[in-house]
Design a protein around this ligand. Structure first.
Ligand SMILES: [Fe+2]
Length: 330
């Protein structure tokens, strides 16, 4: 049975992404994806998807490497925030409160068992569109850009981890998120684990990092409106020299239609339809896949691309060679 604390998290709030190719990455997110710049502070630019009700969705930061910075999660209420902070503190993974910053009020910073930096907050700044960005309908955050990949909202994040089991147990027992699906390894434990906050089938995912590194990033996903948008995204990436790693295709696990690309800074970005299949049963039992079932590939039978298990950010030494050998089948 679902517990009231299973609903303490509202949604993935915002993500900080590092890029060693800031101008090219900014072009990708702002011009090809039709995100809007709302603030610049230091080496960071804050960008929003068009139907983001908050001020921003992505903090893009110039860096000498790539990978993910702090992931922000919005709590469902001040009481929910207090409950989760207390649980995180008891787990010994809390860093403490941080002052309000661009778009969000006070946040409590912590890390997961694999060292990924995170924050949880409740107070947020609602986006107020200017004349240029005002939508025709008042139930929409901003004007529909109608250009490029036209990303509507942030959907989910997938972290690489040296310890899927510890991270999964943290999200199940401390963050109190519900499991939706997982991959059971023949040797015991899990190779990947999916968690949901509400009816969308997943919000947070952990995947085994075959390099054994801690704290790396696999991808985050934007949700366009439909499958056709994802086919169009593939054409736009093709025309603009963006590396298409995998798809468009349909996942077996959780059944989203997807496309994976590497933005110019080397970080993997996904476009995925998470809204087609919802889990309405509050007590829906976790769906477990065996290693053999996972090895069958995706929904219609295509095998998972080899770099899906090797490429992560920040890149490791010899990352290009590791990816090249994986694609060559070595
Ligand atoms: Fe994904």
């Amino acid at each position: 049975m679902a517990h009231p604390e299973n609903f303490d998290l509202a949604h993935l709030g915002a993500i900080e992404l590092f890029t060693p190719k800031f101008d090219e990455s900014l072009h990708f997110f702002r011009d090809l994806l039709a995100m809007r710049e709302v603030a610049r502070v230091g080496d960071s630019v804050y960008l929003r998807t068009w139907d983001e009700y908050q001020l921003y969705s992505l903090k893009l930061t110039a860096s000498d490497t790539n990978g993910v910075g702090r992931t922000l999660y919005r709590a469902s209420s001040p009481e929910a925030l207090a409950r989760r902070v207390s649980a995180i503190e008891k787990a010994g993974l809390g860093h403490g409160w941080r002052d309000p910053e661009v778009g969000v009020g006070p946040s409590y910073e912590f890390e997961d068992p694999d060292g990924h930096l995170m924050g949880i907050y409740y107070e947020t700044e609602h986006y107020v569109p200017d004349d240029e960005d005002r939508p025709a309908l008042k139930n929409q955050a901003a004007k529909f850009p109608g250009r490029g990949i036209n990303v509507r909202r942030l959907d989910h994040i997938n972290y690489l981890t040296s310890d899927v089991n510890a991270c999964g147990e943290f999200w199940r027992d401390v963050m109190m998120s519900r499991e939706s699906e997982r991959v059971k390894l023949d040797a015991g434990g899990y190779g990947a684990w999916w968690f949901r906050f509400h009816q969308k089938s997943y919000d947070v995912v952990y995947s085994d990092d075959w390099t054994g590194e801690r704290g790396r990033f696999h991808h985050f996903a934007f949700a366009p409106d439909n499958r056709e948008d994802i086919l169009k995204a593939a054409d736009i990436c093709l025309e603009n020299g963006i590396y298409i790693e995998y798809g468009p295709y349909k996942h077996a696990i959780n059944q989203t239609f997807f496309l994976y690309v590497w933005e110019p800074g080397g970080n993997r970005i996904e476009f995925a339809t998470a809204q087609a299949r919802l889990i309405l049963d509050p007590d829906w039992p976790v769906v477990e896949w065996s290693q053999a079932e996972r090895a069958k590939g995706q929904a219609w039978g295509m095998k998972t691309v080899a770099t899906f298990h090797t490429h992560g950010t920040p890149i490791v030494e010899n990352q290009e060679e590791i990816d090249r050998q994986a694609l060559a089948g070595h």
